[in-house]
Design a protein around this ligand. Structure first.
Ligand code: ZN
Length: 311
């Protein structure tokens, strides 16, 4: 089927959110502390609606249940990916996710959570939390008990265009002044390790110290990112990560070129510029899916997209 599936994002207010989803992307947001845009999602907490065409008004989860042929008849029970844009005006809590096995054992959920971050923009001197400095579980447990957070937690400087893969067991947190695009497994199991001692409505938010210690990888291992780069006359396609759960790429185009959608389905998020796909106008902030068997397509304009699919 040659139909582009444009989706309508869902927005979430968060204590740490800001207003850049409006000022940078032009979205109508629910509050001045909007933290998340669930851009391509079939999750029950934020199910995107199809904007136009034959399936206008249907949710992505409905489409997954009723027209699986659009997604190459994949056998996952739910749409397997979730794409978000996150505006962190303040620091997020420090957390860790379980892998599939722990999620099944402890939470009776079939999916753990692997996620990755593409830095869309950040303030000068911005940083991010990834990893820790404990050499083994025993030291980790001790540092957590003694609340040696500054020694334990590893903070890295970041800049626009950086990319990080966060595998299960990796301590991580987004820090203030960062706008990023997240591609993740469609799962929501998060263990909160540390919240800077902050109060939310007068009370500290729940922590999950035991589960965090169970799942944190010791010592920390950095994930290798970056892969093949395909440079043509008018475009550059950078593979950011190729993993079991997703492949993520950044496409930059200045001009006009033919590409091919030969995967089960392909998610697109326009993060800069404007253009056209097979004659349909595209602009920054658009999110869409090219379904199974879409085949060749023509892309035109000065435009930058983040693309994800499952190999
Ligand atoms: Zn996370």
């Amino acid at each position: 089927m040659k139909e582009i599936l444009f989706v309508e994002p869902v927005f979430k207010s968060m204590v740490w959110g800001g207003n850049r989803l409006k000022s940078e992307f032009g979205y109508t947001i629910p509050s001045d502390n909007t933290g998340e845009c669930w851009a391509i999602s079939a999750h029950k907490n934020g199910d995107c609606v199809i904007k136009e065409g034959n399936f206008k008004g249907k949710t992505l989860s409905w489409l997954w249940q009723n027209h699986r042929e659009l997604f190459g008849d994949r056998d996952e029970k739910e749409f397997p990916l979730l794409v978000k844009i996150i505006d962190a005006k303040k620091d997020l809590s420090i957390q860790v996710h379980p892998d599939d096995a722990y999620a099944l054992w402890k939470e009776n959920s079939s999916w753990g959570k692997t996620e990755c971050w593409y830095i869309l923009d950040c303030k000068e001197d911005a940083s991010i939390v990834i990893g820790h400095r404990a050499k083994d579980k025993e030291e980790l447990r001790q540092m957590i008990e003694e609340e040696k957070w500054e020694e334990l937690i590893r903070i890295l400087p970041i800049k626009k265009g950086d990319f990080f893969q966060i595998t299960p067991g990796t301590i991580h947190a987004i820090k203030e002044g960062t706008l990023l695009l997240e591609t993740q497994q469609n799962s929501d199991i998060t263990y909160r390790l540390y919240d800077y001692g902050r109060l939310d409505n007068g009370k500290p938010r729940q922590l999950h110290i035991k589960e965090s210690i169970d799942v944190i990888t010791c010592p920390h291992r950095d994930e290798e990112v970056g892969g093949r780069v395909v440079v043509k006359d008018m475009s550059e396609l950078h593979e950011l990560i190729r993993s079991k759960y997703y492949t993520v790429e950044r496409l930059r185009l200045h001009g006009e070129e033919i590409f091919i959608q030969d995967k089960d389905f392909m998610n697109f998020s326009v993060i800069m510029g404007e253009g056209e796909l097979d004659g349909r106008k595209l602009q920054k902030g658009d999110h869409f899916i090219l379904p199974y068997n879409y085949g060749k397509f023509q892309l035109k304009g000065n435009i930058e997209c983040i693309i994800s699919y499952i190999e």
